[in-house]
Structure formats: C-alpha cells, structure tokens
Design a binder for this molecule. Structure first.
Ligand code: SF4
Length: 173
C-alpha cells in the first residue's frame, strides 16, 4: 500500500473543512493501492479547526524538542500532532508501506516546505511533523507537487510487486 494524505484523495479533512483532491491520484484510486491517512484526524482534532503552524522550526525540530506546534489561537497542539504522526506510522508498519504521498506545506504532511509559524503565509524549507516521523523510519516521501503520471505508475507497479512478493511468502509458509 501507498500512504496518501486523505485530503489529496478528496476527503474533507482540512482545517477549514475543505479538501485538496488531485486529479492524477483520483485517476488511480480504484486500483485500491492507496491508504488514505490524515494525522490530524487520527489525533481526533475536529473539522473545522483553527489553522496550525510549527513555531520557529520544522517537524524534525518538534521531534527533537526544539520547536512546538501552535494553532492560530495560541493553543499548543504539539502532543496531538505527535500522536497523529505515530498513528499513521503504525498504519504504515501494519501495511508494510514503503512510500507516502503527502500534502505539501502542511504542518503535518509537508514534504519539502512548511509555513514559518507566523501565520503570514511565508514558507520555509522543512517537513511537517508526520512527514518527519515517516522519513525517520525510512519511508520514501513525495509531495503531490513532485508527482508525474510516469512516476506514479512506477510507484504503483513497485507497490504491486511488493504486495505479490508478500503474498507468495505468506503462501509458502
Ligand atoms: S493533516 Fe495532512 S491529510 Fe490531514 S488535512 Fe492536513 S495535509 Fe491533509
């Protein structure tokens, strides 16, 4: 299975109740190889919810204890974001996922860039809290902006081959 940010598959889980459905991903959703994940929903944060940004750092800094996650009302959401990240890591391990396609710029899912914590729409290089956790465990991360159809087809083929390998090993036992 390939982990995919649920909002990229049209699930209305964004902080504002919206979604970020991507036509390319939706074209291949019927293959059943995408596992929709939303770390903020997994943390039981409501929809809608105030926007959140990592303050003075990146997802990796949050895990290192050097940065915190706060919503626009100043509430510390660090523990919830870490809980949500661990939840989707558990799913990745359960399904032996090697790849995740995640929503760019999100404080949870951002792969290359996130907002800088000032709520002024400025971006910095770095990953979100969940993306950093998955990367630490060795998953390969792509954002929706990285993907071409050719790349996606290669990832789907790789995933299918891995699934067939796992099935044949289970059958041989
Ligand atoms: S946490 Fe990730 S999956 Fe959930 S709404 Fe934000 S970007 Fe989408």
């Amino acid at each position: 299975m390939i982990l995919v940010s649920a909002c990229l598959l049209g699930h209305k889980v964004r902080y504002d109740g919206g979604e970020n459905g991507q036509a390319l991903l939706l074209r291949y959703v019927a293959r059943g190889q995408f596992l929709p994940v939303c770390p903020e929903s997994a943390a039981k944060l409501p929809v809608p919810r105030p926007p959140v940004e990592i303050q003075a750092g990146t997802g990796a800094d949050v895990w290192a204890g050097r940065a915190v996650v706060r919503d626009a009302e100043g509430v510390d959401r660090t523990a919830a974001f870490q809980y949500g990240a661990e939840s989707i890591l558990s799913l990745a391990e359960k399904y032996q996922a090697q790849v995740a396609i995640l929503k760019e710029n999100s404080p949870s899912c951002g792969v290359h860039q996130i907002y800088d914590g000032t709520f002024c729409r400025r971006k910095i290089d770095g990953q979100g809290v969940a993306a950093a956790r998955l990367a630490k465990e060795g998953l390969r991360l792509y954002s929706e902006k990285d993907l071409t159809e050719e790349m996606l087809l290669a990832l789907l083929a790789e995933d299918q081959a891995a699934e067939e390998g796992q099935s044949s090993r289970r059958g041989a036992r």
